[in-house]
Design a binder for this molecule. Sequence first.
Ligand SMILES: [Zn+2]
Length: 344
Amino acid sequence: MGLARIRGQNRALRAVGLAMEQNRFHHAYRFEGPEGVGKELTALSIAKVLNCREGRTLVLEAGDGQDAVTLPDFCGECISCRKIESGNHPDVQTLTTVKKKAAISIKQVRELHGYIMYPPSEGKAKVIIVRNADRVTEEAANAFLKLLEEPPARTHFFLVTARPHRLLPTITSRSVPVRFSPLDPADMMTILGGLLPDEPPEQIESIAAMSGGSMEAALAHVSEEWSQALEQVVALDRAFAGGVHGVVQLLDEIPIGRQEVGRLLSLLEMWYRDVAYLGVTGDRQGLMLKALEDDVARRSETLSPGMASTMTLRIPEHRALLENYVNPRMVIERLYMQLKSEDV
Ligand SMILES: [Zn+2]
């Protein structure tokens, strides 16, 4: 299965595929969009298309007001496709940060200079995929710029980023942007259903709903921690309703890393949305956190829909604080104090 396994990104595929088809394929593309929607998968797939020994075509059906098109595709079975899939193709390289939060270093970029000086060794094109392209040191970015300015023939770069605004303007101006959209819930459910055949459908639905269209976020929810996280969201709401001591105590008991608190806030937002929704409609079918149905029902008896909605409005700005590296514990405490000050 070739490019067809990339779901929900027909616009992006169309843009890149047509450029290939019409011989106007650029040497540097910038794949922008939320985490976990298929940017890297697409870059790797295009590397396969460029190097596939068999060659296939894919017909993209008409949609979004655009006509059907035929795009070059890869076979997935030839030696080249298989080597790329397993990360062993000498002409396809992925540049990434060494540690999770680190930046790409000047040393890594210098090594890349050496690497692309030579023509492709067994494939037709050299492909360099830069993950987290926004995370480079300034000197590395400048060295990288030289590569983008005068790339050798048959060399292609894919800069993958969820934060394009953090790229240097000089890099932005030398790469062609391709937007990747959040996945829509139907696509998410199809993919998740395939990945998690044992998961009950209502669980899949909840996970898809809370992932913001990102597979990465969705898969982060699928773990043993999932049911714990659900318990924590109920406990946090109870603590918020109780008072500051309960909040402090709870924060001492649960994991409060950035990732955990991020997930907790996403869940909390859905929790209050569900409480408000159930309070207004009485419709249990429409709940997002189906696993917490009974808890939501109990809570909606004591928390008015108006107050629950107010809670949902305050959460996104706190999640943004978290992304800006504010201490996760402080984010929760700040949220609590803000809710209190609004007398929720
Ligand atoms: Zn192939």
